[in-house]
Ligand binder design. Structure first.
Ligand code: CA
Ligand code: CA
Length: 291
């Protein structure tokens, strides 16, 4: 299987980027990714303030997907995520949801072994590996890789995981996908501003979706459909994700808006993805058995 090296990265999604790699539709490739600190944090002495924002969230790519044209829907099938052996976490008065309460910046290095990580002596936490940054080029302008948006980007959503498909709108020919910022684990919200940040490898396939049309990232897990939206406020993001979910129910089931709205209110879950990025993000999920 072809490996796409993490030596080729971007820090901004932009139509001006040259493709680093070209892949065929349906070709299974291994994408190697650096951790979100570009590998520069190896011990607890390196604090958030020591890392330049320009070095945050290297995303491997851009990957030109053969045959995709602007306006197509890209389907990213995530087959496997392999995490590196060291996980980095940080908190600082300069980042995170409760930053006012942080008196002193701290960095934590967690050893990852099997499906666990050692948070502190005697305290093992469960891994929940997922991709933090997965996105495509916008049609114009530059989107730093620490921003989420309609193009994906810094999605920080736990279901962007092995076994899931992520559908993204494409704005340029070839989609120009990039990914990075793997998390070995993260709770909804990512409140301190970091997950368990790791380097790693992602086995993926890229195809054009014939069935799905979407203006924003849409996630299909083995059991659920999940709409996703990023905005300036959680209220705005929540409304957008909810509205997309109700419309998804309508389009797949033929229900009118009111019927789909009440079904969503009965069985779908509105959740927070993260509250710490330049735009915050919410998502809404419904079991596939209803659609
Ligand atoms: Ca992130
Ligand atoms: Ca991260």
């Amino acid at each position: 299987m072809r490996r796409l090296s993490s030596r080729k990265t971007i820090y901004e999604f932009s139509p001006d980027n040259e493709p680093a790699y070209k892949v065929n539709q349906g070709e299974s490739v291994i994408v190697e990714t650096q951790d979100c600190f570009s590998g520069m944090v190896k011990n607890p002495k390196k604090l958030f303030e020591d890392v330049a924002m320009g070095d945050v969230n290297p995303a491997t790519g851009p990957i030109n997907v053969e045959g995709l044209v602007a306006g197509d829907t890209l389907c990213v099938s995530i087959d496997r995520i392999k995490c590196g052996q060291l996980g980095i976490m940080m908190c600082s008065p300069n980042v995170g949801f409760l930053s006012d309460d942080v008196r002193k910046s701290r960095t934590k290095v967690l050893k990852i072994h099997g499906d666990k990580a050692t948070f502190s002596p005697g305290l093992e936490i469960d891994l929940r590996p997922h991709i933090g940054v997965l996105g495509v080029s916008p049609s114009k302008g530059k989107r730093p890789t620490f921003h989420p948006g309609d193009h994906g980007g810094n999605m920080d959503t736990v279901e962007v995981a092995a076994g899931s498909k992520v559908y993204l709108p494409t704005f340029v020919d070839g989609a120009m996908v990039a990914m990075g910022d793997l998390h070995a684990a993260m709770g909804d919200g990512e409140i301190s501003g970091t997950g368990v940040e790791v380097s790693g490898e992602v086995t993926v396939r890229f195809t054009r979706s014939e069935e799905i049309q979407t203006a924003r990232p849409l996630i299909e897990t083995r059991t659920q459909w999940i709409t996703y939206a990023a905005a300036k406020t959680l209220e705005e993001a929540s409304r957008c994700a909810s509205s997309d979910l109700v419309r998804l129910i309508s389009s797949r089931s033929g229900m009118d808006f009111e019927e789909a709205y009440m079904l969503a209110s009965a069985v779908a879950d509105l959740k927070i993805s993260q509250v710490v990025d330049p735009l915050v993000a919410a998502r809404m999920s419904i079991s596939k058995r209803y659609l």
